[in-house]
Ligand binder design. Structure first.
Ligand SMILES: [Zn+2]
Length: 159
């Protein structure tokens, strides 16, 4: 049998991979998460060259390749820059549990920040009821339940 005409059955091997892991968040991300957990505040960093404010904070601006040293406090309100309606489950990486569809997911640019936060939108998942430019506010876990990870942001509520 020649290589060109040989059709081989492809076998699927079902498996479940469970890979729990931890990693050091680093100095900048740790400060971001600590402010969020302990004070409910968002902080980003500003690039000294292009002046972009980035969240989560970046040590080095990806465009300018210079170190960011200025910390900028941001509010918890912002503008929707993009969104989608999810029709498949999305697994929360901090819990391993799926978020059941349909639901709205969007990119919210906090006021004064140049990078969006991608998160769940607490709004009816209807394309006709959501639009770019809508205002949203971050809702955090109650203080005593915060864990110091991104799940401390529960979702964004429309204002
Ligand atoms: Zn820059």
């Amino acid at each position: 049998m020649s290589q060109e005409t040989y059709e081989q059955e492809l076998i699927n091997l079902p498996m479940v991979v469970d890979v729990p892991y931890r990693f050091a968040a680093g100095k900048y991300m740790s400060r971001f998460l600590l402010e969020l957990r302990d004070n409910g505040r968002f902080f980003g960093t500003r690039c000294p060259s292009c002046k972009r404010v980035m969240i989560p904070p970046r040590v080095v601006c990806a465009r300018c390749h210079v170190k960011s040293t200025e910390w900028v406090e941001l509010g918890n309100e912002g503008t929707l820059a993009a969104f989608t309606i999810m029709y498949i489950p999305l697994t929360d990486p901090t819990t391993g549990k799926p978020h059941n569809p349909p639901f709205a997911y969007g990119s919210v640019k906090l006021d004064g920040c140049d990078a969006p936060v991608d998160h769940f939108l607490n709004i009816e998942p209807d394309m006709n009821k959501i639009r770019v430019g809508m205002r949203f506010r971050a809702v955090l876990r109650p203080r005593e339940e915060r864990r110091g990870d991104l799940s401390d942001i529960l979702y964004f509520d429309p204002i």
